[in-house]
Design a protein around this ligand. Structure first.
Ligand code: NPG
Length: 369
């Protein structure tokens, strides 16, 4: 039980080391909300995975800020003594807004775990001290540039390469990568850019020995994905379509995918991600940890999650250097074998460095009961 005395919102901005282009747009900067929760015993941090624009999901920074300030923070203050488990009920009257909820749930959880001296990984039932890193490669201007980037990432030791694709920027590029490196673990991510009329593209991708095709069709769909999965050999992995454990159960039941990408922020927080993991484990569906270009605060949570037993594929859990010249926390570093250590300290095990936080903060607001 904790009594939350204050909640502070920070909007932070960090330039990316290279632009990141997906089928829905290009990012040159990471701008997100950090939530700091102060309880009687400890403070805790959470990072909101919403973006500046409502393009990956309906949520976006300014909307999430309002939802946190006007609805979620008052719900926490109104609940009195809370544990993370009570927050689902406290947040019940607020529909959706899972990314905003996740940031606050994770911050309360971090404070609870810090007060108890328990590492997040232990709370999650994670078993591995290190996780395998994959890298998500944005859409490049040319195939040559893509090959150069992939070559650099492979030299760094990444265990899996994921290529972003979009209509017209797909087969030729994926083939070029596969021909140059026949043995690597390779996957593609369409971010919902295709329709069932594009079946030929997916039948052709079937010949390229991919680990998976991620979110090929509409961001809110399960049925069309089930029809596509019935036609192709390559496993479909769902990301955008899975926003809860109920979605995961439905997708598995319908045959919409054979793999699930778990992003804690997309399903309402770390406790919810653990439940999605369990649903998938019970159905023998492998999962992996997605990424949203998180700063070190969010990355720490992702690493603990990715160390759970059914996270059996390398995730989008790259080191700080893949995203930022300087992270907000001490940098996460990947070893030459393509693995990264799971934090061992209490809670998330990391905190923003005060000077970095100051330098990156665009706006902040302290909320009290
Ligand atoms: O390494 O964190 C990372 C990026 C992984 O490709 C990645 N993320 O569609 O999954 C995605 C994509 C993304 C990034 C989506 C930012 C939305 C915002």
């Amino acid at each position: 039980m904790s009594h939350v005395r204050a909640i502070e919102l920070y909007l932070v901005g960090l330039p990316l080391v290279r632009p990141f282009r997906t089928s829905f747009g290009e990012a040159t900067e990471k701008v997100c909300i950090l939530v700091r929760v102060e309880t009687d015993e400890a403070q805790g941090w959470g990072e909101c995975v919403a973006d500046a624009l409502p393009d990956f999901s309906a949520e976006f920074n300014e909307g999430a800020w309002l939802v946190l300030r006007e609805f979620l923070a008052p719900a926490v203050f109104g609940a009195g003594q809370v544990t993370t488990a009570d927050l689902d009920e406290a947040f019940g009257p607020v529909r959706g807004n899972v990314m905003a909820k996740a940031a606050l749930v994770n911050a309360v959880l971090d404070a609870e775990l810090r007060a108890a001296g328990t590492p997040l990984s232990a709370w999650l039932g994670a078993e591995r001290p290190r996780v395998e890193c994959g890298v998500s490669v944005g859409i490049t201007a040319t195939t040559e540039m893509l090959l150069d980037q992939v070559e650099g990432y492979l030299a760094e030791g990444y265990r899996r390469i994921k290529l972003k694709i979009a209509p017209g920027l797909d087969l030729e590029r994926v083939r070029a990568v596969r021909e140059r490196w026949p043995g690597i673990a390779l996957s593609v991510d369409a971010n919902a850019a295709y329709t069932p009329d594009d079946l030929d593209v997916f039948l052709a991708l079937d010949d390229l020995d991919l680990l998976m095709v991620e979110q090929p069709l509409h961001h809110d769909d399960l049925l069309q994905h089930a029809a596509l999965q019935a036609r192709v050999r390559t496993p479909i992995c769902l990301d955008e379509s899975i926003r809860s454990e109920a979605d995961a159960a439905a997708a598995i039941e319908l045959g919409s995918c054979r793999i699930v990408n778990i992003k804690q922020g997309r399903v309402g927080g770390l406790p919810h991600a653990r439940r999605v993991h369990d649903v998938c484990r019970d159905a023998r569906v492998p999962v992996w940890c997605g990424g949203m270009l998180e700063t070190g605060v969010g990355r720490a949570g992702n690493l603990a999650l990715a160390a759970m037993p059914n996270f059996s594929l390398p995730g989008d859990t790259s080191p700080s250097s893949r995203y930022f010249l300087e992270d907000l926390t001490e940098p996460f570093v990947m070893a030459g074998d393509g693995t990264m250590a799971v934090p061992t300290g209490a809670g998330l095990g990391v905190e923003p460095l005060p000077a970095r936080l100051d330098a990156c903060t665009l706006r902040r607001e302290l909320l009290t009961p």
